[in-house]
Ligand binder design. Structure first.
Ligand code: ADP
Ligand code: MG
Length: 369
């Protein structure tokens, strides 16, 4: 009815058609990119199995649309069924012997800022929850030993169990979590000295049963101090995301943050402008409470990509306080759209980096849909 009826369609001819669909990120057709894993045809259906480099692959929706369009022209009355799987690769090459804590994490992403209160924890928890929601295997580590936010923002104060020498992470919203706030009263951790603090962080990386993770997200304390150095010395990081609000004072700290990460050889993925604007609920006008476009200008100056502009929204703050990330509580809000976009952008950047390095994933294909 819609396309030309072709009763002679074979898996080979369908595969030929898939050579016409180009992945815009890899700049290759689906067959050359190795994404086509399965083609089956019967009288009523064409089934196509595609393997993506990450379940959060930015062009996923576009690829689906293109496959349906190109194959649809020849499919006759057959229904097209698409199944997506993913095989997330390791983007942490060159792990030296001293940097091999959390070896099971294929990607390790830091969320950092020069200053507190800019929304680092909010962005980190929402990106982690977005990645998990899209089908990835995610761990979230609260590296802010003095000011842990994860127990509140994820709504759990469950004590992690111990198995042998290992701590079992707390499971919440399909993610594995660890925070000092699960173990001691935060007031007690406040009195700790530097070495104890570093010791706790190393334990959270080395002695937690993280298992095989597609992404381990680290929510860092503000500033450019000990914790950042401990991380740089003990784990190989895929990249850091710098979070800022648009004011000049916050932006000056981003410059400092970049200098620090450059010094310890941690690649910076880009800048996120949080609380970029407020959309008036009665008149829908955008108000730039903290100034306009500051992070955009700074990103340009520092030659870093601006990864997302997250609006200031009452619901985002309410969700954080209620212990349910905004991307799960209100997936269609403006902030959630920005968080999902950010999660996909970061995952896609890392997947491209891994593909360029030709590093093989340790595990097999995982079916996500
Ligand atoms: N985009 C946003 N809209 C509304 N409130 C936000 C937003 N981002 C962060 N907040 C709120 O701002 C406060 C500080 O955020 P937090 O993530 O704890 O910052 P940091 O980790 O950088 O110290 C929290 O109460 C949080 O709920
Ligand atoms: Mg925080």
């Amino acid at each position: 009815m819609f396309g030309k009826k072709d009763t002679n369609l074979t898996p080979e001819t369908v595969t030929k058609l898939l050579e016409k669909v180009i992945d815009p990120e890899l700049e290759k057709d689906l067959v050359s990119a190795g994404m086509v894993k399965d083609v089956q045809i019967d009288s009523g259906r064409i089934r196509i199995g595609l393997e993506l480099p990450t379940p959060a692959w930015e062009p996923k929706a576009l690829l689906e649309q293109e496959v349906r369009r190109v194959v649809g022209k020849e499919a006759g009355d057959r229904k097209i069924e698409l199944a997506f799987g993913s095989n997330v690769r390791v983007s942490r090459p060159g792990q030296s012997a001293g940097q091999n804590l959390v070896p099971g994490a294929r990607n390790l992403i830091l969320f950092a800022s020069g200053k507190g209160g800019v929304g680092k924890s909010t962005v980190a928890t929402n990106v982690a929850a977005a990645l998990a929601n899209l089908g990835a295997n995610v761990g979230l580590l609260d590296a802010d030993i003095y000011g842990p936010s994860i127990p509140t923002m994820l709504g759990t104060h469950e004590k992690p169990e111990v198995s042998g020498q290992k701590l079992i992470p707390v499971n919440r919203y399909g993610m594995k979590l660890m925070s000092i706030g699960f173990i001691v009263d935060p007031k007690e951790a406040m009195t700790w000295r530097g070495p104890m603090l570093n010791g706790a962080l190393i334990q959270f990386m080395r002695d937690v049963e993280w298992g095989d993770l597609d992404y381990l997200v680290l929510d860092l304390p503000p500033g450019t101090g000990d914790v950042q150095l401990t991380i740089a010395q003990n784990v190989k990081v895929s990249g850091a995301v710098l979070v800022s609000t648009p004011q000049d004072v916050a932006l000056a700290d981003v410059t400092r943050g970049k200098a620090m990460f450059d010094k310890v050889d941690i690649p910076i993925l880009g800048v996120v402008e949080n609380m970029a604007h407020f959309v008036c609920t009665s008149c829908s006008a955008k108000h730039h409470i903290f100034g306009k476009g500051g992070a955009t200008r700074l990103a340009k100056e520092l030659q870093l990509p601006l990864l997302a502009e997250v609006p200031l929204e009452v619901s985002t703050r309410e969700s954080a306080d209620a212990g349910r990330p905004e991307v799960l509580a209100n997936p269609n809000s403006g902030a959630s759209q920005a968080f999902f976009g950010l999660a996909k952008k970061v995952a896609t950047m890392l997947a491209k980096k891994a593909a360029a390095g030709g590093i093989k994933a340790s595990g097999g294909l995982k079916i996500i849909q």
